[in-house]
Design a protein around this ligand. Sequence first.
Ligand code: SF4
Ligand code: SF4
Length: 279
Amino acid sequence: MDKWIFIIDVEACEDCNNCFLSCKDEYIDNDFPPYSIAQPKHGQRWMNIERKERGQCPMVDVAFLPTPCMHCDNAPCIKKAKNGAVYKSNNGIVIIDPDKARGQKDIVDACPYGAIWWNENKQVAQKCTMCVHLLNDGWKKPRCVQSCPTGALRFVSGEDSAIAQIIKDEKLEPLHPEYNAKPRVYYKNLYRFNRCFIGGTVAVQKKGVTDCVEGAMVTLYKDSEKVYEAITDNYGDFKFDNLEENSGKYRLEISARSYDKKTIEVDLIASINVGTIML
Ligand code: SF4
Ligand code: SF4
């Protein structure tokens, strides 16, 4: 049987919130039995968008991470719920049955992704349903995916083997694999959110004026092993991305024709702009 997954490209998300708003439009004041009851007007973010700023001025970037329920194949919420109140359907979607789940507040804390919200008024846990009521009516995508203007959200179905091939071909990753929940939401360019960079600018003094150096060779070493090489652009800038946060000491070697080689040590905690390196 074909099963659904979300594919989310972090680099393509512009934080326009169309996905968040279309989810609100679909679910506020609308019950879709037996899958969901109405979402309250305030306080729930079934499509939650996290934000992260990296680096220091002037080398700064911002990434946005849309996070719906991950529709996990090994879902802690299913294990926590009593009476089968949370279940996985044949097409991979995890559903909270609003009748059976009434009063079971501890389902909220069972989700390691923080994707479940508590409706105090109705005493029920709620979350993204992948718009299963629309899929049952023949829709090919949920409202959030339909409304995304940049293509950051995709909705794909297939047999397990076909999905595995897509994940491999597109180099997709789940969020927090260490939770071992086996999510059905896969990310592209996740490094923009959960990894870090070392960047900087190479310059020289010429007749009392600071001038950037285009074409300088910058080599990054970790424990004497060469990790990456980069050539500075016409602003003298270089950037090594997709590095692990808190990954310890690195060495930068900068060389350019007719200048002495320069070495810089970096203790990498989070993204860092080492500033202007004068040769
Ligand atoms: Fe359950 Fe949370 Fe996984 Fe969604 S993300 S299936 S709510 S454990
Ligand atoms: Fe990002 Fe698309 Fe959502 Fe806009 S609609 S916030 S681009 S995922």
